[in-house]
Design a protein around this ligand. Structure first.
Ligand code: URA
Length: 237
């Protein structure tokens, strides 16, 4: 790829800024000063330095965030703060987007990446990747609901949801449950409980397939996926 494009992608400013760097002889490739932005480099083989600092090129970014409530899962929004707004300048440069939306009031595991293929693999209903949520429910969740969810709930618009696994942790006026679904329809979990006359009052995503929310991440914090997590995501072909 072109040297100026690579440097610009890696945060060294616009093509114009990069041109200045090159003109000032601050860039070298394999120990040779390069002044021409159109110079072709192979990021896997060439050693590129700016002011004697090695530039490590990467194309994709994969972040796990513990999404806080009150923030929308989008890249931009006219009214609300978005999950991308929570990222630093360095990460924003990669133009990541959230994989599989969470509602504004939902917390928990959210993946952000600029790798469209991976996004598709995790969210496509055909892949049957289970998404597990913890929820607090207004109303007494019972074994009858467990059976109904296992059989597939009919939502208010007539949509027949796929079988879901419901585990009751506390059954009371306010119940606590874990639910695993393989689809990601709009407000899916909330609508499933509405269909059995109950209301979700707190919702947090715990996992997507084998990808578990890192419990050391406070709300709003994020980190890059580790090797094992990345290998898992890439295995979902
Ligand atoms: N189901 C919902 O109702 N909301 C979410 O944010 C995720 C799943």
């Amino acid at each position: 790829m072109r040297l100026d494009k690579l440097l610009s992608n890696m945060g060294y400013g616009s093509r114009k800024d990069v041109k200045k760097l090159l003109k000032k002889k601050q860039v070298n490739v394999n120990e040779e000063v390069i002044k021409d932005g159109s110079h072709h480099v192979n990021p896997d083989q060439d050693t590129i330095k700016v002011n004697e600092e090695v530039v490590t090129y990467k194309q994709y970014i994969y972040l796990m965030m513990n999404k806080p409530p009150g923030i929308v899962s989008a890249t931009t929004d006219l009214r609300d703060k978005t999950v991308v707004d929570l990222l630093s300048k360095e990460e924003k440069m990669f133009q990541p987007f959230p994989v599989g939306r969470l509602d504004k009031d939902t917390e928990g595991l959210l993946l952000l990446t600029n790798d469209g293929n991976l996004g598709h693999r995790l969210t496509s209903p055909n892949k049957n990747v289970g998404k597990t949520y913890f929820a607090k429910i207004k109303g007494k969740v019972t074994e009858k609901d467990v059976i109904a969810f296992r059989e597939g709930i009919t939502l208010e618009d007539g949509y027949q949801s796929k079988p879901a696994t419901l585990k009751i942790q506390i059954s009371g006026d306010v119940s606590e449950i874990e639910i695993t679904i393989t689809e990601g329809k709009f407000h899916q979990v909330k609508r499933m409980f509405e269909a059995v006359d109950k209301k979700v009052i707190y919702l947090k995503r715990l996992s997507m397939g084998e990808l578990q929310l890192d419990t050391s991440l406070a709300l709003g914090e994020y980190r890059e996926l580790n090797e094992e997590e990345l290998t898992y995501c890439q295995s979902l072909n």
